[in-house]
Design a binder for this molecule. Structure first.
Ligand code: NCD
Length: 315
């Protein structure tokens, strides 16, 4: 078996959780945990990245990821450039790499990039000059590593650090979800042995991606003993023709409502990366209910992104 990458060196980029190793993932989670007190305000860490510049480069829409990367960088004292893709020379045909190189020449050291194409952020990282850190804020359906870390941190806070004892169910449009892929990468490496994937046939990932998971199409039957439920949005922007289910039928078969939540283990928590479509994949009573950890995820997102920025920038 290949040995896990050592966690005592510094990562240059964060492109995926795949292959990072349990030690590295735990190191980043511990760092985020230690930052939680400062993550939601306060001025105690404003010197950590003072004089450094972080650029948000989002080719796809975002609420939580973009805002929390901005707040994370600012709460560490960095200058933040929120690059406006639509109003930039990208609209005149300039390539993303030339854009990045120009911003690098202005002193930007870290680029937080979201892109609709699978592998786009890794391709930029491969071509970027030394001294440039790339943080993948979601590429196509492939990876969303900081979301994976914040999901793991939220699970750990609620359920403890022994992932081998937990049953985690991911339900919904798993096929098009980079959130689910990063969660799967992280959960496997932290030793979770009971990972269940529930989706309609057309929204199920390919078999190779489900190695080690149990999977099925009948949600009620998969809920017994589940400690963590992750619901996902129908990502219509990534669906091929014919995969778009009707909303009413979808909620009936896959919507997370109170009746279904009661089939899971008592005290199970509910995760959702947002944006939530209430009444489609999740009922409001569950999204806002006592078992919902959705806003904990959002709050943890700031701490996780602070930890990752600090790590990559060596501060
Ligand atoms: C997700 C994303 O963009 O991948 N949201 C997020 O980052 N929290 C999920 C989605 O778009 O459904």
């Amino acid at each position: 078996m290949p040995s896990e990458p050592a966690a005592d060196t510094r990562l240059r980029h964060l492109l995926s959780l795949d292959g990072l190793g349990a030690a590295r993932i735990t190191q980043l989670l511990d760092a985020a945990e230690a930052l939680r007190g400062e993550a939601l305000g306060g001025a105690g860490l404003r010197r950590v990245l003072a004089g450094r510049t972080v650029c948000n480069l989002f080719f796809e829409a975002s609420t939580r990821t973009r805002s929390s990367f901005q707040l994370a960088a600012q709460r560490l004292g960095a200058d933040v450039l929120n690059f406006d893709v639509a109003a930039s020379s990208l609209s005149k045909g300039e390539s993303a790499l030339d854009t990045l190189r120009s911003l690098r020449a202005m002193g930007v050291e870290a680029f937080v990039v979201r892109h609709a194409e699978d592998g786009a952020v890794a391709a930029l990282a491969a071509a970027a000059e030394p001294g440039t850190a790339l943080l993948n804020a979601g590429d196509g359906r492939s990876n969303h590593p900081t979301q994976g870390l914040l999901d793991l941190l939220t699970i750990r806070q609620h359920k403890g650090g022994d992932f081998s004892r937990l049953a985690v169910l991911i339900v919904g449009d798993v096929r098009h979800s980079r959130v689910a892929r990063s969660a799967l990468h992280g959960l496997r490496q932290l030793g979770c042995r009971d990972i269940r994937v529930c989706a309609p046939v057309g929204l199920m990932p390919d078999a190779a991606e489900l190695a080690g998971c149990s999977h099925g199409t009948a949600l009620d039957a998969m809920l017994e003993g589940v400690d963590v439920l992750m619901a996902l949005r129908l990502q219509r922007e990534r669906m091929e023709e014919g995969r778009v289910p009707s909303v009413a039928a979808y909620f009936n078969d896959y919507g997370l409502d109170e009746r279904r939540l009661a089939l899971a283990r008592p005290g199970a928590i509910v995760l959702h990366p947002g944006p939530m479509n209430r009444g489609v994949e999740i009922a409001s009573a569950v999204a806002d209910g006592p078992q919902s950890a959705v806003l904990d995820q959002v709050a943890n997102g700031v701490a996780v992104r602070m930890a990752v920025l600090r790590h990559l920038l060596g501060a």
